[in-house]
Structure formats: structure tokens, C-alpha cells
Design a protein. Structure first.
Length: 216
């Protein structure tokens, strides 16, 4: 199995495929490196390829009122990106930008769709991936429209504890669609509850989960 195929095997949508199937996908894959802040695709752009995030982290965001960014989701490698837009032949509904240096696997739409049509297992894997993305979207709606500031912050911390140690507060606040001052107040409360320490390291995951459950 090639190195590309091994990496692809770590992507959830492809993890159940056989070595032969992975090799077939790998043969279609072009690998491209990106720098931090590079744009993978813009909102409104017509999709021509499937994208698999092989290394790095990127954010998906829309331009809100007065040019403000509304972050819809952050993606950590390895993961397929925006496959629904490609399948439905819809323009990308948001912009994808790298938050770190990264690597993308590019799969030509026509060839990959042909491969899926000839392989039912790969098609079912894609359906499972789309189902998970729908659940993610539901979570995003809850975080932005239902949850209060404390529950939003606690949920992100629970999902990705290291993110708080390696990311500036202003970036986290932007992702959570709240003012940096609000995030600072929430982080102070989490410290007072001994859920995180002064370096934003997670101390009590069980108490954090309980806090989220109360907020939900």
C-alpha cells in the first residue's frame, strides 16, 4: 500500500475500505500543500473536485453583516471537506481557509463519482460521512442559536481541548461568534470552577460534560 493510501485509510469515509479499494482511490488523488491562511475554495465557487484534508486544520466560514466572519465549523485532518456541494453540483456555500499549514488530497469529481458508482461499499461510506456532517451542522446551529456563551465554550473545549492551548483568544471568540471580552469572562469562570488551569489545560473533563448537559 502506498503512503497516500495509508493516509487515506485514516479518513473516516474511507477507513472501512479494503487495501485494493484504497489503492484505487489513491491513484486518483493529487496531493497539494497549502500555507496558513491560504484559501481552499471561496463561497460561491463551482466545485470541480472532492477535497480530503490530509494534514492541518481549516475553518469553514461565511461573510456576515458588515463583513464579519461567521465560522460554521473547524476541520481537523484527516477528513473529507464539502462533499455534499460537490455531489449536488451546488456552488460552495461557504469559504474554506487554512488555520495552519496543510495538505489536501484532490480527487477529480467525475472520476471519483465513477468509482463510487462501480463500488457500493464506497457509496455507503460516503452516505455515512454525509450523515455525520448533518449531525455536525445540527451542533453548529445549537452552538450559534441555542447555547449560551458558557455552553458554547464548554462544548468546543470538550471536543478539542488542545485547541484552547494553541489558539489565540480572538480566534476562538470569532469561531464561537462572541466578543473576546465575553470569552474572557467564560474562561475565568471555568478557571474558578477548576475545570481548566491558567494555561487553559483541561483539568476535569467529567465536570465539563456535566456543565454542557445543564446548558443543553
Amino acid at each position: 500500500m502506498t503512503e497516500v493510501a495509508k493516509t487515506l485509510s485514516e479518513v473516516q469515509i474511507l477507513s472501512s475500505l479494503s487495501a485494493r479499494q484504497l489503492q484505487s482511490v489513491a491513484k486518483l488523488t493529487r496531493v497539494r500543500k497549502y500555507r496558513k491562511d491560504n484559501i481552499l475554495f471561496f463561497e460561491g465557487e463551482e466545485p470541480e473536485n472532492f477535497f480530503i484534508l490530509l494534514e492541518g486544520r481549516l475553518k469553514l466560514y461565511k461573510a456576515g453583516p458588515k463583513g464579519a466572519e461567521v465560522v460554521l465549523h473547524n476541520f481537523n485532518a484527516p477528513m473529507m471537506i464539502a462533499e455534499m456541494a460537490v455531489i449536488e453540483n451546488h456552488n460552495f456555500p461557504a469559504t474554506a481557509q487554512f488555520q495552519t499549514d496543510g495538505v489536501i488530497g484532490i480527487l477529480p469529481k467525475g472520476e471519483f463519482m465513477g468509482l463510487m458508482q462501480s463500488d457500493s461499499e464506497l457509496s455507503f461510506a460516503l452516505i455515512r460521512s454525509l450523515t455525520k456532517k448533518i449531525k455536525t451542522l445540527e451542533g453548529t446551529i445549537n452552538k450559534n442559536l441555542v447555547f449560551d456563551a458558557l455552553t458554547k465554550t464548554a462544548t468546543l473545549l470538550y471536543e478539542d481541548p488542545l485547541y484552547f492551548q494553541n489558539t489565540k483568544k480572538v480566534t476562538i471568540a470569532q469561531e464561537l461568534n462572541m466578543a473576546p471580552e465575553t470569552l474572557s469572562r467564560v474562561m475565568k469562570k471555568l478557571k474558578q470552577l477548576h475545570i481548566i488551569d491558567e494555561e487553559h489545560r483541561l483539568l476535569d473533563r467529567q465536570q465539563l460534560r456535566a456543565l454542557i448537559d445543564v446548558g443543553e
